[in-house]
Design a protein around this ligand. Sequence first.
Ligand code: TYD
Length: 201
Amino acid sequence: MLITFEGIDGCGKTTQIGLLTAYLREIGRNVLTLREPGGTEFSEKIRDLLLHSKDKLTPQSELFLFEAARADLIEKVIKPALDKGTIVILDRFYDSTTAYQGYGRKIELSVVKEINRLAISGLKPVITFFLDVPVEISYERSNHRNLDKIEQSGDAFFNRVTEGYRTIANEESERIIIIDGTKEKEEIFQIIKDKIIHLFM
Ligand code: TYD
């Protein structure tokens, strides 16, 4: 079972992923928590290029790098874990690419979706939690740290990404649960837990 989390930087995904991982382990499930891009030696190198290299990347190069990192992680880590019955929790997946490279960087959406399809080779999350926070809150929360390359893309970019996420979530309302990320973390976790318990029944 693959569970994914989505949202702009500073939406609170990391906290909720930590809580969900701990909860599932407590009830005796095998859980593997991963983040994209990353999770294999090759994908971590790509992560470093994407987030920290001084080279300016074109939107297209950026797209291909995210997809290359994804394909490697799926083949080497995610699929083998799922085959063993492990629950995989993934911090970002292809919805991030549609939101950031499609809506954010303005690469044609049909192209982004097609390349996503190629990279994921049939793998779909059973459920996706989209933590929706206004761009201003995302900025406030990340004020105290150094921004990586993508985080430096500016307000207009993040407004497009946010609107993109909302559109994706409405288009796929069966799979994607929209949660108001400005709520208290306990309240958010309760919503997530209710949905997950439902999946096990
Ligand atoms: P990360 O530090 O993991 O950010 P966060 O903690 O907010 O998840 O960095 C990942 C960055 O890469 C983040 O800014 C979103 C971006 N990204 C894309 O632009 N496209 C993608 O397909 C993925 C997976 C991430």
